[in-house]
Design a protein around this ligand. Structure first.
Ligand SMILES: CC(=O)c1csc(NC(=O)C2C[NH2+]C2)n1
Length: 130
């Protein structure tokens, strides 16, 4: 009902704000747009489920996420894919793996500090009711 749509609207605002803050952070530049398959033809041989910050924003606008955990399932693909595609010990791979780990920590820290636990539970109850 209307109250549920009010809650989901507020969730979309929180997730949009979070994602936009990550997109502005120059450490996460490699994660802002989908990997260009023309430039990196072997990418899809390694990564089954590509994800990036701009795609997260589109998913939010399309009302894909009813809970924070549904958002995190997609958002986690971004850094998980980067660790998988960049396993070598050389500096280039280590550099992007470090940014991937920082992305993981930054997302979870912002959520823990800024998202009310009762609000998250209300979102989960909406998901269970549908
Ligand atoms: C998004 C992502 O994971 C990504 C973009 S470029 C890249 N890796 C490299 O450019 C080279 C460093 N060793 C390969 N990984």
């Amino acid at each position: 009902e209307e109250q549920e749509e009010d809650v989901l609207r507020e969730l979309r605002l929180f997730l949009t704000n979070l994602t936009e803050r990550l997109m502005l952070d120059r450490r996460f530049k490699a994660f802002t747009k989908p990997v260009d398959i023309e430039e990196v033809p072997d990418y899809l041989m390694v990564v089954q489920n590509p994800m990036d910050l701009s795609t997260l924003l589109s998913n939010i606008d399309e009302h894909k996420y009813v809970t924070v955990n549904e958002f995190l399932s997609d958002a986690d693909l971004i850094w998980q894919n980067a660790l998988e595609y960049n396993p070598k010990r050389d500096q280039a791979d280590r550099h992007i793996r470090h940014h991937a780990c920082t992305l993981k920590d930054t997302m979870r820290t912002i959520i823990r500090k800024e998202l009310d636990k009762d609000f998250q539970r209300i979102c989960e109850e909406i998901r269970e009711s549908r």
